[in-house]
Write a protein that binds this ligand. Structure first.
Ligand code: ADP
Ligand code: MG
Length: 516
């Protein structure tokens, strides 16, 4: 893209135009459910004792420019990435070897592994496994070139969120872009906005179709007598991002005609059971609001259980084990969750040693494997012999890196020059919990304006992170793939100079894109 277009994007807004656009976006968000529950720091429990309030999700006023070649490549690679993570999940031994090293220093990983081992010992009764994945990228501009390259930030195998809300942001920006020229709704004119459109965003359709496919593949009820079947969303207490999840459950019930329920992860053992007399181990759900009707759960969709704070006591681990040993199809299984660990991504990206990528993708065109490989940024472990240690401990090289633990959900990483001191502050035997990743450098920051959930409007340089959604249903016993789809995307934008990137954690805003 010509620098000149970049430099003056988005078109300037005078105070009246800005106020009008902010008001329009705010009202559109409310009318269409582009909403989150307010943070307690914004609306206190005392001022909303019944928890009825919601506010707009943090959202940009304009779509952000994103390189078309990178967008197309991310979409083209998604079904290959789906296949890769299904294949990894099928290789229990390979995952086990990687986890072995972490087990004595990482309680969370260790407990997850124990759940898997316990169920493995008893024998899994469900071999189908569902993945609703999101692969996250930035456009990287190498110092030697101006051509942006697609580089992966991370691959998510559990609770890949924002499909619901990101589809809405695409609609919002499309409406603003499409409003008749000269109408008060239109953006001020700009070359990038003229004759350009926000790409279709089918995240809601894709993700719910994945869940629906698993539901159908489960087959008839395994109970005697047979029970009506349902999909179960397992969710966190006080979930602020509930409207994102409801977009998927609404699509499942309204379009796919599948009953869907939401259940707090802390209440699984209160409202579900597995009849001891049935060796098929169906998972039975008793909705508290209709306790006389029992449903058999075909598919458990986890929007909880991805972070240590979701497991407050042994009872929560018991609940996770209970789900894992049931006949319900898990999205994801424990093994699939573990396959999404940062350390797996680091091992895949390792430039020397066995070519795991080629092995997992055996049968895939070599050119495609090499395209996928080129989305990896350099990553290192911190072992004594590795290069990672040296890079992490030297402040001048550390400044081009990020240190990541085996965690999801944002707010866990250590950045740049903070890395050496951080490492020195923890026992050396814990270093293997972390991986070191080279920073991706997106093109010189574009600008945008964000309306935050507390109503604050911030303008400035931004950096974008693209997520692409994919769904896959496979059989763990032979790796057979029953469904493999790509569809829908997420654009998140954070202020330039901010290291972290999550929307839920308050660092980024939801955005959409215009391609250039
Ligand atoms: P989490 O599982 O917590 O989401 P991520 O790997 O996505 O972990 O890292 C969180 C954020 O840190 C990302 O959204 C991104 O903004 C930033 N980040 C992570 N890795 C890199 C990288 N290699 N280069 C630049 N920024 C990164
Ligand atoms: Mg992330």
């Amino acid at each position: 893209m010509a620098d000149s277009i970049y430099a003056n994007y988005p078109p300037a807004l005078n105070p009246a135009q800005k106020e009008f656009l902010v008001r329009t976006v705010k009202d559109w968000a409310t009318q269409n459910g582009l909403m989150v529950r307010p943070a307690p720091t914004f609306v206190s429990k005392e001022s909303d004792p019944h928890g009825i309030l919601a506010t707009n999700a943090p959202v940009t006023l304009f779509p952000s420019p994103f390189p078309k070649t990178c967008f197309e490549e991310a979409k083209a690679l998604q079904t290959v990435y789906n296949k890769l993570y299904a294949a990894i999940t099928c290789n229990e031994e390979w995952i086990g070897k990687i986890m072995e090293d972490l087990i004595d220093v990482d309680d969370f990983i260790s407990n997850l592994w124990k759940v898997h081992v316990a169920v493995q010992r008893e024998g899994y009764v469900q071999t189908l496994s569902l993945g609703l994945f999101r692969s996250d990228y930035m456009a990287h501009t190498p110092s030697t070139s101006t051509t942006p390259e697609l580089k992966q930030v991370e691959f998510n195998t559990i609770s890949s969120s924002f499909g619901g809300l990101s589809s809405l942001v695409a609609s919002l920006h499309s409406e603003l872009l499409d409003s008749p020229l000269g109408s008060p709704m239109a953006y001020p004119p700009h070359p990038l906005l003229q004759s350009n459109a926000v790409p279709d965003n089918t995240a809601v359709e894709t993700l719910s179709a994945g869940l629906a496919t698993a539901h159908v593949a489960y087959g008839p009820s395994k109970s005697q007598p047979q029970l009506p079947t349902c999909v179960l969303f397992v969710v966190q207490e006080n979930e602020r991002n509930i409207f994102d999840q409801l977009a998927l459950s609404r699509q499942l019930s309204n379009v796919h005609k599948i009953p869907v329920f939401r259940l707090l992860s802390s209440e699984i053992l209160d409202h579900t059971f597995i009849p001891g007399s049935n060796p098929l181990r169906p998972l039975i759900y008793r909705p508290p609001h209709a306790a006389e009707t029992h449903f058999e759960v075909t598919t458990v969709y986890l929007r909880s259980f991805y972070t240590p704070t979701d497991y407050k006591s042994d009872r929560d681990w018991e609940a996770r084990t209970h789900l894992e040993r049931s006949a319900a199809i898990k999205c994801p299984t424990v093994l699939n969750q573990l396959s999404g660990s940062k350390i797996v991504q680091q091992v895949l990206a390792a430039p020397t040693g066995p070519d795991h990528l080629a092995a997992f993708l055996a049968g895939t065109d070599e050119a495609v494997i090499s395209r996928l490989r080129s989305t990896f940024a350099p990553q290192y472990d911190l072992s004594l012999s590795g290069k990672g240690r040296e890079l992490a401990l030297n402040p001048s090289t550390a400044s081009n890196h990020v240190l990541k633990p085996q965690r999801e959900g944002g707010g866990n990483n250590i950045y740049k020059t903070a890395i050496p001191d951080f490492l020195k502050s923890i026992p050396e035997n814990e270093w293997k919990r972390w991986i070191l990743m080279e920073l991706i450098h997106p093109p010189a920051a574009a600008k945008n304006v964000a309306l935050r959930s507390d109503g604050e409007v911030l303008a400035g340089g931004v950096i974008g992170e693209l997520g692409v959604y994919g769904t896959i249903l496979w059989d763990q016993k032979d790796g057979n793939i029953l469904h493999n789809e790509q569809g829908g995307w997420l654009m998140r934008t954070k202020a330039e100079g901010v290291n972290e990137g999550g929307v839920a954690t308050g660092f980024s805003s939801l955005d959409s894109i215009v391609l250039y």
